[in-house]
Design a protein around this ligand. Structure first.
Ligand SMILES: C[S@@+](CC[C@H](N)C(=O)[O-])C[C@H]1O[C@@H](n2cnc3c(N)ncnc32)[C@H](O)[C@@H]1O
Length: 186
């Protein structure tokens, strides 16, 4: 399946921070493309946590990852805003691909308040050098508001502790999704 270029930019950001044996999080499993991407890079010996609020998403991801061996795969039917209830340990990377599950109801979407609460919990668990990517879509109802909330939340990150930059290349049209890239520096 062809991936959107911004999705690839998010993966390029993350791949530089992870290695076999690491623990990572897919905060929005969806159809499991990012889960598979993470799994293939932290195996052997790593651990992938994957969260989604739809069982169909977790089922799709489990099937997609069936061939990846020597990996601890922890898929949970749980909103990412409840991350703190899980014993994940420190994370080397986390990916958020916001919005709705392609091919499914557009009413089950990520939302500004829960997304920002999840981001807060994720950055608190990032290892030094750990990275997070957030891809926010603006084409669906509520998407632009969520993208704004994410940008405003990113702007609250403590400079010196976290690096934050917009990942959209110069000249990206205003209608494109918004990519945010975060790294914990210390
Ligand atoms: C755009 S899709 C993710 C695509 C996925 N990364 C992939 O590679 O296929 C967004 C997903 O977020 C999920 N979602 C919505 N609210 C959520 C929440 N509070 N916590 C975790 N996942 C949520 C949706 O069910 C949907 O599957």
């Amino acid at each position: 399946m062809r991936r959107a270029p911004l999705t690839l930019l998010a993966q390029e950001w993350i791949v530089q921070a992870i290695a076999p044996g690491d623990t990572v999080l897919d905060a929005t499993v969806g159809n499991g493309h990012d889960t598979l991407f993470l799994a293939e890079r932290v195996a052997p010996g790593g651990c992938v946590w994957g969260l989604d609020i739809q069982q169909a998403a977790l089922d799709a991801a489990r099937e997609r990852l069936a061939a990846v061996t020597d990996l601890r795969l922890e898929l949970r039917l749980l909103g990412h805003e409840h991350l703190s209830s899980l014993n994940t340990g420190a994370l080397k990377a986390a990916m958020f691909n916001l919005g709705y599950l392609p091919g499914s109801s557009h009413t089950v979407v990520t939302r500004p308040d829960t997304t920002c609460r999840a981001l807060e919990q994720v950055v608190a668990r990032l290892r030094p050098g750990g990275r997070c990517s957030i891809l926010a879509y603006i084409g669906h109802p509520g998407g632009a508001e969520e993208a704004d909330a994410v940008r405003q939340w990113c702007a609250t990150l403590e400079p010196g502790r976290f690096l934050w930059r917009a990942g959209n290349p110069p000249g990206t049209p205003d209608t494109a999704p918004r990519l945010h890239l975060i790294e914990r520096m210390e």
